[in-house]
Ligand binder design. Structure first.
Ligand code: PMP
Length: 405
């Protein structure tokens, strides 16, 4: 994979030739093929799906269902109906938490999460727990930034109803041993929910290998447009789950005082779905598959190793997260004494786009002993020169802010 060639496919870099974009963990840039696929769809095939009985609507429905098939194949789902289109990971996880709470959670049940969860895989479980009288425990992390597997084992020994865990941390870059955790959890009868927001765009992932029951990801972090994400669920489970959102498109029979619901996936897709965005997501998957997910992951790994080595040369910089094969392309750091927002603003002025803040992971930052971090994250269009530019800008920032450090 040649990142320079890849970069040519992304019009944003024509508009900003000097931009070093290191914020793909928040949202990725889009290749021309994705933008064109959506434009072409709007210009030639646009009509609401699953509603019209005229050819244009049939064409749109066909494109939407083909996108579902593509998303299903991308994650190795057993059948396309296991893929539910939602707006993003957040909506997918809210759907699971709400519907699982209604169908399966009882008073006193245990929900196990981890200390490194994004708020999207934590707050919905808090609501579910409050609703059903369940309790939440978090797997702690080690000082290197990995899950404490001994602690995980003993929590799972307690027989949780749900294990909700991220595939990869959006702050530490840690790739969790989801399969092992899922095996332990399933042996105890738990439902396993995996947040794939950082996993699906970067790591070759087949849901059967993960051992999960539910898997959530966002299209906008993997070259697709905003507004289209995926919840995958095992079909037997989806068939048992009540809906989350209700209204048009998800019913069989409606009376004034009661309704019956359609089968999955329609049951979970109330209202007009993001079908043009799903077409864009399908084009994004095509793009990633042309590169090959193994190559995408290898590129991330190469860049993060190079970044960790290079950043270690920056005096005073504190870097978070583990070293090793289980480390994806995310690096968070601080200059102790300097607020991460000030650092990120300085880097931004130098043409290097990084994110700063708590990255929707406040419990994790509390554990790390900082209120915020600056975060560089890599994707297929980033090069080693981008890392060099980051290091250069950090050295300048250190000089500029020297009285603070
Ligand atoms: N989980 C993780 C690990 C994330 O990184 C993100 C995005 N920051 C989310 C969930 C939420 O994704 P979205 O904002 O697309 O719903």
């Amino acid at each position: 994979m040649d990142a320079r060639e890849v970069k040519n496919d992304f019009p944003i870099f024509d508009a900003h030739p000097d931009l070093v974009f290191l914020d793909s963990a928040a949202s990725s840039q889009k290749p021309r093929s994705v933008l064109l696929a959506m434009t072409r769809f709007y210009e030639t095939s646009y009509a609401n799906v699953h509603r019209g009985s005229y050819p244009l609507s049939d064409a749109a429905t066909d494109a939407y269902e083909k996108a579902r098939e593509k998303a299903a194949a991308f994650i190795g789902a057993a059948r396309p109906e296991e893929v539910i289109f939602v707006r993003n990971t957040t909506e997918a996880l809210n759907l699971v938490a709400h519907s699982v709470a209604e169908a399966f959670l009882n008073e006193g049940d245990l929900i196990v999460v981890s200390e490194m969860e994004h708020h999207a895989n934590l707050v919905p479980w808090q609501r579910a727990a409050a609703w059903r009288g369940a309790r939440i425990e978090a797997i702690p992390i080690t000082d290197e930034g990995r899950l404490d597997l001994e602690a995980a084992k003993s929590l799972i020994e307690q027989g949780p109803r749900v294990l909700a865990i991220t595939q990869m941390s959006n702050v530490l870059g840690t790739v969790n041993p989801v399969r092992t955790l899922a095996e332990w959890a399933k042996a105890k009868g738990a439902l396993v929910v995996v947040d794939g927001a950082q996993g699906a765009p970067h790591i070759p992932t087949k849901v059967a290998d993960l051992g999960a029951d539910f898997y959530a990801f966002s299209g906008h972090k993997m070259l697709g447009p905003t507004g289209a994400g995926v919840l995958w669920g095992r079909h037997e489970l989806l068939a048992e789950l009540p809906p989350f959102l209700t209204g048009g498109g998800m019913i069989q029979r409606v009376r004034i005082d009661r309704s019956t619901y359609d089968a999955p996936p329609a049951r979970f897709e109330a209202g007009t779905p993001p079908f043009a965005e799903a077409v864009g997501l399908a084009a994004a998957i095509d793009y990633l598959e042309r590169l090959g997910m193994e190559a995408v992951w290898a590129h991330d790994r190469m860049l993060v190793e190079y970044a960790l080595e290079s950043l270690a040369q920056v005096p005073d910089l504190k870097i978070f997260g583990p070293r090793g094969e289980d480390r994806g392309g995310v690096v968070s750091f601080v200059f102790p004494g300097l607020h991460a927002h000030d650092l990120a603003t300085f880097l931004g002025q130098a043409g290097v786009a990084v994110r700063s803040g708590h990255h929707c992971a406040q419990p994790l930052h509390r554990r790390l002993g900082v209120s915020s971090t600056a975060r560089a994250s890599f994707y297929i269009y980033n090069t080693r020169e981008d890392v060099d530019r980051l290091v250069e800008a950090l050295l300048k920032a250190r000089e500029f802010f020297k009285d603070w450090l």
